[in-house]
Design a protein around this ligand. Structure first.
Ligand code: MLT
Ligand code: ZN
Length: 465
């Protein structure tokens, strides 16, 4: 490492303590690769601050020598946005700033229905704190035990409750973040109405660590439903699944979650120990969690009876963990079952275009010039499908991604519904944003981070070598 990097490490050790600056390759290993095995980077050190003030000192020291910072929470992201770049041609030091020690959660404000949490607190821990106060955290996703407050906000995570509660951005009341020069930006108020100028917390949500380091978040909490039930309908067509969701709303039920799976996905998770949701298989399975007043089981059973293309169905009171288990184990099972790192794409299309788009996407595996196993699943109520392509030879990953995104763009969809751009999709942002839009985003990045120190390469890509 160059001399100025040694000097930086000395300052970082002063800021966070000797044992919280990792430079040993074995100790750093887990911070340099993402869990999908697709993304791996290089760094000079992993720094683990405990407080916002320590983050401020770390960022300030990095800014003074032009060191680059990769911010990392639970490292559960799916687009390579939380690992450092694979190379750094600038010769400047690169550090991973891990929020793993920043796990404090404040007392719940039960009247204002909100809670403050440090960036490294997990979704599960925040939800647990909310539950102690009779409330619920409106954000939920399969990686809840590892995904962090900072991570879900910086990626504007969607997840399984989005259909009911909205995305993460809409759950943020306040934010504390460290700017690229080390100053602390604090918007911390439980006011639901506060229109003084730009909504900076909303801008930081979804900025994937490229504008500032989020250190604390003030989240909204919600009242959980008093009764909920979970149905899985095995159906012939995607249209049948969509019709069932609409019918549930029309009958006055509140749709808490609506997830689509295919027989290929169910067969795979069943081989890996999950219970099949229904006794009789079908091409598609829709998991619907609904709440409401009155006899919601009877209403739901009537709806299932009237569902077109119904092959089989099951109904259980929430939380119905085994039914959810079949859905939530998809990601890890898929990752373990592919001979190559999975090509993970995450798209959305207008609901009316979903059946046709789904069929076109599912055919990508059969129309490719190389063997490729597609497994599609996702948040059907949001028009969001996770397209997983297994066994894709590495040299064809870009080609198959082009094909999927071509289908999505032709159907008026988004190339990133909820996972973000990260390092994975920087080559395709033009499919979702105009030149003017991308220029404006670059101008915002330059205003927040003129030296380009925060998460270099994420969203915008690295400059050509
Ligand atoms: C999910 O919905 O389970 C996540 O977005 C993860 C994934 O897409 O694999
Ligand atoms: Zn998802």
């Amino acid at each position: 490492m160059p001399g100025h990097a040694d000097a930086l490490l000395t300052q970082l050790r002063r800021a966070v303590g000797e044992c919280n600056v990792l430079t040993d390759p074995a100790a750093m290993e887990g911070f340099l690769a993402d869990w999908t095995g697709r993304y791996r980077g290089q760094a000079d050190a992993v720094v683990r601050p405990r407080t916002t003030e320590e983050v401020s000192r770390v960022v300030g020291e990095c800014a003074s020598v032009g060191a680059r910072i990769c911010v990392q929470g639970g490292n559960t992201g799916l687009v390579g946005g939380s690992v450092p770049p694979p190379r750094d041609d600038t010769g400047q030091p690169v550090i991973v700033l891990s929020t793993a020690r920043m796990t404090d959660i404040d007392e719940v404000d039960a009247v204002g229905r909100c809670v403050g949490a440090q960036a490294g607190a997990t979704v599960d821990a925040i939800d647990g704190r909310a539950a102690d106060a009779g409330l619920a955290f409106p954000i939920d996703l399969a990686s809840r035990e590892s995904a962090t407050a900072g991570g879900v906000v910086s990626t504007n995570a969607g997840g399984i409750r989005m259909i009911r509660r909205g995305n993460t951005r809409s759950q943020v009341l306040g934010i504390e973040a460290v700017l690229a020069d080390g100053r602390i930006l604090r918007r911390w108020t439980s006011l639901v109405k506060d229109n003084v100028g730009y909504d900076l917390p909303a801008l930081l949500a979804g900025s994937e660590g490229t504008l500032a380091v989020i250190t604390r978040v003030l989240f909204k909490l919600v009242v959980p439903p008093s009764a909920a039930t979970v149905a899985v309908a095995a159906v012939e067509h995607v249209e049948d699944a969509i019709a069932l969701i609409g019918a549930a709303s029309s009958r006055g039920l509140t749709v808490e979650a609506a997830e689509l799976m295919t027989e290929a996905g169910i067969e795979l998770v069943h081989e890996h120990g999950q219970r099949r949701p229904t006794a009789t298989p079908a091409p598609f399975y829709v998991l619907l969690e609904v709440s409401g007043v009155g006899d919601i089981e009877t209403t739901m059973a009537e709806l299932l009876d009237g569902t077109g293309g119904l092959v089989d169905a099951v109904l259980e009171p929430a939380p119905a963990r085994a039914l959810w288990g079949a859905r939530e184990s998809h990601t890890e099972t898929i990752a373990r079952s592919s001979t190559t790192p999975v090509v993970k794409l995450d798209i959305s299309v207008p609901i009316r275009a979903l059946p046709e788009t789904f069929a076109e996407l599912a055919a990508v595996g059969t129309t490719s010039d190389f063997p490729c196993r597609p497994i599609l699943f996702g948040h059907v109520g949001d028009g969001n499908i996770h397209v997983n392509l297994l066994d894709v030879p590495e040299e064809h990953a870009g080609t198959v991604t082009d094909r999927v995104f071509g289908i999505v763009a032709a159907n008026g969809g988004s190339i990133s519904a909820e996972h973000g751009i990260g390092r994975a999709k920087t080559a395709w942002t033009h499919l979702g944003r105009s030149d003017v839009d991308l220029d404006t985003m670059r101008a915002v990045k330059a205003a927040f981070d003129p030296q380009g120190l925060l998460n270099p390469g994420v969203i915008f890509g690295l400059p050509a070598p």
